[in-house]
Design a protein around this ligand. Structure first.
Ligand code: MTE
Ligand code: MOS
Length: 783
């Protein structure tokens, strides 16, 4: 018999390990199934959605007679065919699936064509007779501000007396910054495959981060109970927030076709249609007005944010709230006012995107920090440090949450040291003096990101665990996999709890008929919440097994110990997990359990922006070095150093992947990805030919990433880890600021450039020219 005494390392085996992503091998070999890879059922109908060609118009006539008569067409549905409510919105009921009497953006869905082939459906759609009565369209933030066009009421957060404090401060400056939007550019576009089931029920494979919301919206749309609709998703080819809400529109159309025709129906948007028809990151115009003393310590600050929400609210309330919650980033502002305008425009409704409004707030405050440093002739890092939250004082956010876990100062210090920040700054200044056409810039920016949904009730999760009699385990939970590694992390938690090998845990598709009423996999809280829920389910089964074994073998419960792949029964007997499970089954012990979790401690008064909206904060910092060719505006981020905090990481390999991907995605947002709408509201950048996401060659040549060592979540999070999905996205602000600094060098650092995001070569060149002729923007002139 084996020695039953476990060694210490044996006990902790499954979590905190760099396990490979469960789909990695299948993804590179092409075996991982995405929805479009599922074998097409016989009788499958292919769907195409006809889109509005006008940004704002009355829909005077919509005649689809000729469409119906076209070759291969089986059915055509418009708003008048909707049996239930013609809406698939997350909150306010303002997102019609099909346009009714008005259209409010170019690309809005008019009707769906179901045909034997996608070509036939597409061709037939062109035969519709659509008569518009065009109306003036509001397209930009500036136009909306002038017209007073808002999708939601303007909000303000105010603390202290910024007006008064401003009077007492030494210096004051103001500036304006435009921050562009961003297309999600997930590799897999929106897609739904709906199959009719008996009793008028429908099953939908939908590429969504929020199967429950799709289910509930489709049920309302079809006028059937929620239980008639099942939504399933094994994995998405990326979501990034873009599949939090709007996938429901296409699921609803596919479900309508399937239930009305009795045939399965697939709706897959191609890239151009996906980019035109679905929402993006909100673009912003930000004004700041800041007063500070000669040390650079901020005395009073006022931000005015205005974002382009598009034609409906979608998630804009929570997104713009998160901008407010992150306009402080890591800094203490005692006297502050933040105004947030939510502009209604005749463009596609903007939606969630990694960081969820937070990045825009943080870009603004980080620009402001640079402006202050420039004004005082100080190193920007010095100014940043002077404004950081304290540990026991200066530690209450503008929304009255105490920052209890502030590790930003340590991370910044360690990073500045490791990246050799100060010496490189001097070297770069020297380099720029002697280099006429290539100019370099360096910037260190930190990140503090609040973890939890700010809508408190969303912070709950469920899981379902079955143990079969051979000891294999089926794991299901409400979280969805979009590449971020959630499934392997939750499987690690279960394997850890039951002390079995991870191969024993079957990872299964997310589906509404296993775990109901779930929240979107969003706000980076997927592993925090589903990990805890799955742990609870595993614990329940483990407790039942312990109780049973104690009784069966007549030993104390404390004598039953779960060791790696075996269970000790006192000091005499050892069973494998499978043996114990088998025995428990024969003795009629239930081997299936649900698990549930709700995030503790959080509470928040939305009216007054006051409370504890976040369970904890995730931190990080990055140093980016940029080089700019001032003859062309061409540029490159040449070196990046990152230290990022994921607490006691559940899976360091997955987390490093998230950090790298998020940084590059953030860099794309702030440097090359430019969305351009013409004056009729047509998106002209709707393909990779015109919309430039980062390529492999854009990755910095030197890219040093490290997890913050000895980190641990002070809260009782899953195995003391921290969320990682969104926070590192904002590390890329350092790249934007490094470019700004390189441009400033053209004026020998005498002028502070006006440079909006994304800092495309065109914008950089314009900014360089302004430096050369000695004009800085009147917008950012110091008082
Ligand atoms: N990583 C990959 N590979 N693909 C994605 O779509 N989405 C991001 C992030 N990381 C995303 C990703 C976004 S917007 C969020 S909110 C989180 O993952 C969601 O997953 P999590 O809560 O499990 O971190
Ligand atoms: Mo992420 S933007 O919260 O889906």
């Amino acid at each position: 018999m084996r020695n039953p005494t476990p060694s210490k390392t044996e006990i902790r085996g499954k979590v905190h390990k760099p396990l490979i992503h469960d789909s990695a091998i299948k993804q590179v070999s092409g075996e991982a199934d995405y929805i479009d890879d599922i074998s097409e059922p016989k009788d499958l109908l292919h769907l195409y959605v006809a889109q509005s060609e006008k940004a704002h118009a009355d829909l005077v006539e919509l005649d689809v007679t000729d469409v119906k008569a076209a070759d291969g067409v089986v059915a055509v549905f418009t708003a008048t065919d909707v049996p239930g409510i013609n809406d698939a919105s997350p909150v306010l009921g303002d997102d019609p699936v099909f346009a009714e009497d008005i259209v409010e953006y170019v690309g809005q869905s008019l009707f769906v064509v179901a045909a034997e082939s996608i070509e036939q459906a597409r061709r037939a759609a062109k035969r519709a007779k659509v008569v518009y009565n065009e109306k003036p369209a509001i397209l930009t933030v500036d136009q909306a501000m002038q017209a007073g066009s808002f999708v939601l009421p303007t909000r303000q957060l105010k603390r202290g007396a910024p007006e008064l404090k401003r009077e007492q401060a030494d210096r004051r400056l103001s500036g304006r910054l435009e921050i562009g939007g961003q297309d999600h550019f997930y590799l897999e576009g929106h897609i739904s495959l709906a199959t009719p089931r008996e009793d008028g029920d429908v099953h939908i494979h939908c590429s969504t981060q929020h199967p429950t919301e799709v289910q509930h919206n489709v049920a309302k749309f079809l006028n059937v109970p929620d239980h008639s609709v099942t939504v399933e998703i094994r994995r998405m080819g990326g979501g990034f927030g873009g599949k939090e809400t709007q996938g429901a529109w296409f699921a609803a159309m596919a479900a309508l076709v399937a239930t009305r025709t009795g045939r399965p129906a697939k709706l897959r948007l191609d890239r151009d249609d996906d980019m035109i028809m679905t929402g993006k990151r909100h673009d912003f115009v930000v004004d700041y007005d800041v007063s500070f003393n000669t040390d650079g310590v901020v005395q009073a600050v006022e931000f005015v944010f205005a974002s382009r929400c598009g034609r409906s609210a979608d998630l804009s309330a929570a997104i713009n709230d998160r901008t407010i919650f992150h306009a402080d980033n890591c800094y203490y502002f005692e006297d502050i006012s933040i105004i947030s305008h939510r502009c209604k425009t005749h463009t596609v409704s903007n939606t969630a995107f990694r960081g969820f409004g937070g990045p825009q707030g943080m870009v603004a405050v980080e620009r402001m920090m640079d402006a202050i440093a420039h004004d005082l002739g100080k190193d920007p890092l010095e100014v940043r440090k002077a404004n950081l939250y304290g540990k026991n004082e200066r530690n209450v956010t503008p929304y009255h949450m105490t920052v209890e876990d502030n590790i930003a100062p340590e991370i910044i210090a360690e990073l500045a040291e490791k990246s050799n920040y100060l010496a490189r700054r001097d070297e770069i200044r020297e380099f720029n003096k002697n280099s006429p056409y290539l100019k370099k810039g360096l910037s260190l920016t930190p990140v503090k990101f609040g973890i939890s949904f700010t809508t408190t009730f969303l912070n709950q999760a469920g899981a379902l665990l079955h143990v079969y009699t051979d000891g294999s385990v089926m794991l299901n939970h409400g979280g969805t996999e979009m590449g971020q590694g959630l499934f392997v992390k939750v499987a690690q938690v279960v394997a850890e709890e039951l002390q079995i090998d991870i191969e024993r845990v079957k990872i299964t598709a997310t589906t509404t008929d296993k775990v109901p009423n779930t929240s979107a996999t969003a706000a980076s809280s997927g592993s925090d919440m589903n990990g805890k829920a799955a742990q609870a389910a595993a614990r329940t089964i483990k407790e039942r097994l312990i109780e049973f074994a104690a009784e069966h073998f007549e030993v104390a419960q404390s004598a039953i110990q779960f060791m790696p792949n075996r269970i000790l029964i006192g000091d005499k007997k050892t069973l494998t997990f499978a043996e114990l499970v088998q025995l428990a089954y024969l003795n009629r012990v239930s081997l299936s359990s649900t698990g549930y979790y709700r995030t503790p401690k959080i509470h928040y008064d939305a009216e007054n922006y006051s409370g504890r909206p976040f369970y904890y904060f995730a931190y990080g910092a990055a140093v980016s070095e940029a080089v700019v060719d001032i003859l062309t505006g061409e540029n490159k981020i040449t070196r990046v150093d990152i230290i990022h905090d994921t607490g006691k990481s559940l899976n360091p390999a997955v987390d490093l992947g998230q950090i790298e991907g998020a940084f590059i995605q953030g860099m794309g947002w702030l440097t090359t990805e430019e969305l351009f709408f013409d004056d009729k509201g047509n998106l002209k950048t709707h393909a990779p030919s015109t919309y430039k996401i980062p390529a492999c060659s854009d990755r910095p040549d030197i890219f040093n990433m490290a997890l913050f060592e000895n980190a641990e979540n002070v809260e009782d999070s899953i195995h003391k880890s921290k969320a990682v999905g969104e926070p590192p996205f904002m590390l890329a602000i350092s790249a934007f600021n490094a470019l700004t600094e390189a441009v400033s060098s053209v004026s020998n650092y005498e002028l502070f450039p006006e440079l909006d995001a994304p800092a495309t070569p065109e914008r950089i060149l314009k900014s360089v020219r302004a430096m050369q002729i000695g004009v800085t923007s009147d917008r950012s002139a110091a008082e």
